[in-house]
Design a protein around this ligand. Structure first.
Ligand code: THU
Length: 127
């Protein structure tokens, strides 16, 4: 199996999702090939919940990682789960038009690019 998907699957096991029960795992491969993973972390206020994708990317950034090549997102859904709008904005900031691998627990996966999911982004070229 693709090691990026394995890392996201493994991270999903740590999801803290007592409110939605919807567990998500994500993993990002940096410019050196190192993999950084994350899971969703919910909060009783709901609004402070952080998605798996943002946990993975913020962990990676805070450790000095850059030059991301690919990101994987794993959830237990038949229709593969794409990153939410907020995560698309954050991924664009740090990864640009990165390759995104969506996968589920049945072994289905699909690879697409962030530019397809997030056309005409607002980014640092405007400010
Ligand atoms: N969630 C993610 O972690 N990533 C996604 O791509 C979609 C949604 C989380 C947030 C929340 O904990 C739960 O899934 C339900 O929305």
């Amino acid at each position: 199996m693709d090691p990026l998907i394995s890392a996201a699957l493994q991270a999903r096991e740590n999801a803290y999702a007592p409110f939605s029960k919807f567990k998500v795992g994500a993993a990002v491969e940096d410019g050196t090939g190192r993999i950084h993973s994350g899971c969703n972390v919910e909060n009783a206020t709901y609004g402070l919940t952080v998605c798996a994708e943002r946990v993975a990317i913020f962990k990676a950034i805070s450790e000095g990682a850059r030059g991301f090549r690919r990101v994987a997102v794993v959830a237990d859904t038949e229709t593969l789960t794409p990153p939410c709008g907020a995560c698309r904005q954050i991924l664009w900031e740090f990864c640009g038009d990165i390759e995104i691998v969506l996968a589920n627990l049945s072994g289905n996966s699909e690879t697409l690019r962030l530019g397809e999911l997030f056309p005409r982004p607002f980014d640092s070229s405007f400010v």
